[in-house]
Design a protein around this ligand. Structure first.
Ligand code: UFG
Length: 345
């Protein structure tokens, strides 16, 4: 029987981009998604890029029996686990839903990996585990700080759960990839970020404003201790990010990992302010963006960017695309997506 890669949350933003990279590199992929925060249309985009529909299972991973059925049906060799709730603000309103969804799904997967002899997991983590680091750029050895939100806490606790599971399941190997700020879309503009409702994140808000869905962008805070007063983040193109998952997975499959649980930062190593992101958008789109400087957003950290030395050296991976590349791809995706919506009406 052929061996498959399970991509949980494979219809989501980073998941869908990872699926197409896996397929491009000849892997057999099974997508699992409960479509709670993604659209079925993402699967159409994937199929247009890949030339076929990878197997898709609409399953909620908190459902142990349904998830076990999946392990019986396929022969997984590795799992790339994206499926999780991810909205910081919402997690403050619905902490228990976040803990249940993000933690129970992980526990189910780990138990079933143990039962069915699946030894490799790439886990979707976040730079949120560092809080506001004292030293920048932040490296993997920086202290983990108390989470600023239930969402962030689920990422910290998930890393701990994997760590503890590995002690008891010596065959298990895992890599946690700590993302900085993923932005942009596939160059085909057939897949991209699909926020539900009003976007929380900067780049979808910018593209929706430019296309006329939002009136103006609010720039949260202009009195931070940064060159132009706005916050600094490390924005990484989602395709660069997706490629890192395949490298990490191969590292596990080929037993090249140096310990049973490794952690890597995935960023560009460079920070950009909110105003720099806006300038980049205006440059690549040729559009003037309507924005206003407003109050700080509670809970925002001032600045963070990644030390990517470990990922560069150990994974042999480096972000290749620029901020301009990412903004242009995000803009093309927004335009493509809106034109398909109009056609449907
Ligand atoms: N921003 C605005 N206006 C907006 C949206 C965002 O000015 O309408 C600013 C924010 O204040 C921040 C920057 O743009 O300075 C980036 O904000 P995002 O919401 O896009 O991203 P965050 O850095 O706040 O959040 C990201 C991930 C989270 C993760 C967090 C960890 O989206 O999943 O990093 O710090 F938890």
């Amino acid at each position: 029987m052929k061996k498959q890669i399970l991509v949980t949350g494979g219809a989501g933003y980073i998941g869908s981009h990872t699926v197409v990279e896996l397929v491009a590199q000849g892997y057999e992929v099974v997508i699992v998604d409960n479509l709670s925060n993604s659209e079925r249309s993402a699967l159409d985009g994937i199929s247009k890029i890949c030339g076929f529909y990878p197997p898709f299972e609409e399953i909620d991973l908190t459902d142990y029996q349904a998830t076990e059925h999946l392990f019986q049906k396929y022969n997984f060799v590795a799992i790339i686990h994206f499926a999780a709730y991810k909205a910081v603000g919402e997690s403050v309103q619905k902490p228990l839903a976040y803990y249940r969804n993000n933690l129970v799904s992980l526990i189910n997967l780990l138990e079933l990996m143990n039962k069915y002899g699946v030894d490799n997991m790439v886990f979707s983590s976040s730079c949120t585990v560092y809080g506001q680091p004292e030293k920048l750029p932040v490296s993997e050895s920086a202290p983990i700080q108390k989470a600023m939100s239930p969402y962030g806490n689920t990422k910290q606790i998930s890393e701990e759960i994997i760590q503890d599971a590995i002690v008891a399941m010596p065959q298990l190997k895992a890599i946690a990839l700590r993302y900085f700020n993923p932005i942009g879309a596939h160059e085909s503009a057939l897949i991209g970020e699909l926020p539900r409702g009003v976007p929380n994140n900067l780049v979808p808000f910018i593209t929706q404003t430019a296309i006329g869905v939002r009136e103006y962008l609010r720039v949260f805070g202009s009195d931070y201790n940064t060159p132009d007063g706005t916050c600094i983040r490390d924005y990484i193109h989602v395709v660069d990010l997706a490629k890192a998952h395949i490298i990490a997975m191969k590292r596990l499959l080929e037993n090249k990992n140096k310990s049973s649980f490794e952690f890597f930062n995935l960023g560009t190593g460079k920070g950009a302010t909110v105003l720099e992101v806006i300038k980049s958008f205006e440059k690549v789109s040729g559009q003037k963006l309507n924005y206003k400087l407003v109050e700080r957003r509670p809970g925002d950290i001032e600045k963070i960017w990644a030390d990517t030395t470990l990922a560069n050296q150990e994974l042999g991976w480096k972000a290749e695309k620029t901020l301009d590349d990412a903004m242009l791809s995000a803009w093309r995706w927004e335009q493509h997506y809106r034109s398909t919506l109009q056609k449907k009406q």
